[in-house]
Write a protein that binds this ligand. Structure first.
Ligand code: HEC
Length: 196
């Protein structure tokens, strides 16, 4: 009799554990997917863009006391179209060097010269992109996020991002859509042959 009582107390305990366990996991899922307001989603996206280093290449910078600092008005606007282009010495590339413009918004290597894209909410940035375009660009490395477009060139580190969840993509995209629009048509990439 004692044994039977003990057994039922144990099973009740296990049942409660199971129940709270289920409840907790469903709570997490809800918080990740739908419990965020648009403002919270934008904050989450801002957090990702900051810690994932998108500004390293996508934001023009000026030299400050601590080294290169993002120019706030040009944040995430890519390589400035009006900046005079500094011709790259093909001999250095042949020797195996990869060269960056001083603020990392342009890079030259065996792939030619690539210019970091404008990611602001302007029409010349991602202003008229869909979330699907953004997902395809970031996770599949497709230029402009179009199905049949060319692959993104180095040093865009898209292969690091193939495992991003759709929730996180959504947050980053919402944040980029909320940025100050900066009109800047980034130059087309230059092929290695053109650069000789
Ligand atoms: C190491 C430099 C570097 C970092 C870091 C970087 N990017 Fe890029 N990104 C580039 C370059 C360069 C291009 C242009 C590549 C090309 O022309 O093929 C690019 C292109 C893109 C494109 C495609 C734009 C288009 O018009 O097709 C998107 C979207 C993008 N980056 C988003 C991001 C996001 C979001 C982050 C941070 C999570 C990030 N990038 C981090 C260098 C970088």
């Amino acid at each position: 009799m004692k044994k039977a009582l003990w057994f039922s107390v144990m099973s009740l305990g296990a049942f409660i554990l199971l129940l709270t366990g289920c409840r907790n996991s469903s709570k997490t899922a809800i918080a990740e997917n739908t419990e965020l307001s648009v403002t919270q989603l934008i904050e989450k996206g801002n957090y990702f863009v900051t810690i994932m280093g998108c500004n390293d290449c996508h934001s023009p910078k000026e030299l400050g006391p601590q080294g290169p600092e993002v120019v706030p008005d040009l944040m995430l606007s890519g390589y400035p179209a009006l900046r005079p282009f500094k011709k790259v010495d093909p001999e250095l590339i042949k020797k195996g060097w990869i060269l960056f413009d001083a603020d990392l918004t342009a890079a030259a290597g065996p792939w030619g010269v690539s210019f970091a894209a404008n990611l602001t909410s302007d029409q010349t940035g991602i202003g008229n992109w869909t979330e699907e375009n953004f997902r395809r660009a970031l996770k599949e490395g497709r230029y402009k996020g179009l199905e049949a477009s060319r692959m993104l060139l180095p040093p865009m580190p898209w292969t690091n991002f193939t495992g991003i969840s759709n929730d996180d993509i959504k947050a980053i995209f919402q944040y980029l859509k909320s940025t100050k629009p900066v009109s800047n048509v980034v130059p087309l990439s230059i092929s290695p042959v053109q650069n000789q």
